[in-house]
Design a protein around this ligand. Structure first.
Ligand code: FES
Ligand SMILES: [Fe+2]
Length: 355
């Protein structure tokens, strides 16, 4: 099981999911309830009432203005988690509060910090500006997967699986055949994996959406900001257009594929996925095609990873993996995740009343 790195930012939800309804999510094993104040500020509280542990994200718990009224006996919490009213008595016990968590809304994502709040630095959150920028159109979704989040990191850092698992959608023979280059910035916790194909079959995903006929140049440049944000800069163009010799942003169809990998609990992960494009932006047909097609691709991974987790669960401990060149990025990511988890290991655990 891949250890959790607690002192890190994680995507708990898309901005559009957080509103005036109470939303329940679990991040790093912490049950959370999310909502927005009337002014629009996102709030994240521990999702257990301090009285008898009723989940605050569950009906008939409700919002009263900016306050959460527990649906069991009416304990009422303000956005800081402080209990401001209890039934049957005027005096509210001093210890009646639930933890609240640092939260930042950026690039249409709601980021939460589960670890030591004193170490929460919003500037450390990696950017994904294309998700919320004029000139870009994004399709997105989220799938929960019953697997160790490390398996999803492995999956995304090695795209050679596209040829086999996603054949007929995004995979062609050239993806698995073309060697990768890997760069690791250990200090910043960033892994970059690139695969540049000069003359490749155009997979249906791009042939149908871009209208390119014939073979393509195709670039996949991965930038993984451990632990949560994964960016895949994808470029395709008819053969000969890529790459631009001067290293400038080459012509062609430029697509940003974003994942947020958020460990939910042991053996569970939220797979936030998005596909953004700056071409054919007013073509609703292309938008629908990419939404449907990418959802299918994501579900192929979901099915495979659910299966893999179940399979690994039946293995005797101490089995040996066999890694090859394509695994270089994934192995680097594992190293970084292990270090980040170790750095957070001594951090304060959240305690009711400590925030
Ligand atoms: S469990 Fe919430 S008020 Fe009793
Ligand atoms: Fe995949």
């Amino acid at each position: 099981m891949t250890a959790f790195a607690r002192n890190q930012w994680y995507v708990a939800a898309y901005a559009h999911e957080v509103g005036r309804e109470l939303l329940g999510r679990t991040v790093l094993g912490e049950p959370l309830v999310l909502y927005r104040t009337r002014e629009g500020t996102p709030v994240v509280l521990h999702d257990r009432c301090v009285h008898r542990r009723y989940p605050l994200s569950e009906a008939p718990t409700r919002l009263d203005g900016d306050r959460v009224v527990c649906g069991y006996h009416g304990f009422t919490y303000d956005p800081t988690g402080t209990c401001v009213a209890v039934p049957g008595q005027k005096r509210v016990p001093r210890t009646a509060r639930v933890p609240s968590y640092p939260v930042v809304e950026q690039d249409s994502l709601v980021w939460v910090w589960i670890g030591d709040p004193a170490r929460a630095e919003p500037r450390a959150i990696p950017r994904a500006a294309h998700l919320d920028s004029p000139g870009w159109v994004t399709v997105r979704g989220m799938e929960p997967i019953d697997c160790d989040y490390g398996l999803l990191v492995d999956n995304l850092l090695d795209l050679s699986h596209e040829t086999y698992l996603h054949g007929g959608y995004i995979g062609t023979p050239e993806v698995a055949e073309t060697p990768i280059t890997t760069e690791v910035d250990e200090g910043a916790g960033i892994v970059r994996v690139s695969r540049h194909m000069d003359d490749a079959e155009c997979p249906p995903f791009y042939a149908e959406s871009t209208g390119i006929q014939g073979r393509i140049s195709r670039r996949q440049d991965i930038e993984y900001h451990a632990p949560c944000l994964y960016l895949l800069h994808s470029r395709v163009a008819p053969v000969g257009v890529l790459p631009a010799a001067d290293g400038s942003d080459p012509d062609g169809f430029h697509t940003e594929i974003t994942y947020a990998i958020t460990p939910s609990a042991d053996g569970k992960v939220y797979d936030f996925w998005a596909v953004s494009r700056d071409w054919a932006t007013d073509d609703a047909g292309v938008t629908e095609f990419l939404r449907k097609n990418n959802h299918t691709v994501v579900m192929q991974d979901v099915v495979a990873l659910n299966l893999l987790q179940r399979t690994l669960g039946t293995e005797r401990t101490g089995y040996q993996e066999l890694s090859i060149n394509i695994d270089t990025g994934g192995l680097a990511a594992r190293r970084i995740l292990a270090r980040l988890a170790e750095e957070g290991a001594g951090a304060a655990e959240p305690v009711a009343g400590a925030r």
